[in-house]
Design a protein around this ligand. Structure first.
Ligand SMILES: [Zn+2]
Length: 121
């Protein structure tokens, strides 16, 4: 069985948005776009492919949260339809963007830990 490469804890590292190998360099160029490589240890982030994995999980997680809250509000308060729109559209967007950053960072950290980068098969 292959040994696990050393590195920081994936979840803590994902929450901080740091390099999966050294935990010093920043992982993101913009809020949800990866840098090409680590500024501290030169780990090539382009060798990893998180694909649509993060989006797939977020559809399920954010959908369950927002749907549950909308059903609870409708069944307990029965507000006008525009209250639902005013609440759930912004909440869905905010949750998706924030959780997308964490999910992408977590996937790249797990790919690094399990040596699942491109060209490594
Ligand atoms: Zn690094």
């Amino acid at each position: 069985m292959a040994s696990t490469p050393p590195g920081p804890a994936p979840v803590a590292n994902a929450l901080r948005g740091r390099c999966p190998r050294c935990a010093q360099g920043k992982l993101f160029r913009t809020f949800i776009v990866f840098r090409p490589k680590c500024s501290a240890c030169d780990l090539d982030y382009r060798a990893f492919n998180v694909g649509d994995g993060a989006a797939t999980f977020l559809i399920l997680i954010v959908g369950a949260i927002v749907t549950g809250l909308a059903m609870w509000l409708e069944l307990t308060r029965s507000p006008a339809w525009y209250v639902h729109v005013a609440l759930w559209v912004p909440l869905t967007i905010v949750l998706t963007v924030i959780l997308m950053r964490v999910a992408k960072a977590l996937l790249i950290a797990l790919e690094y830990r399990h040596e699942a980068r491109l060209g490594h098969l």
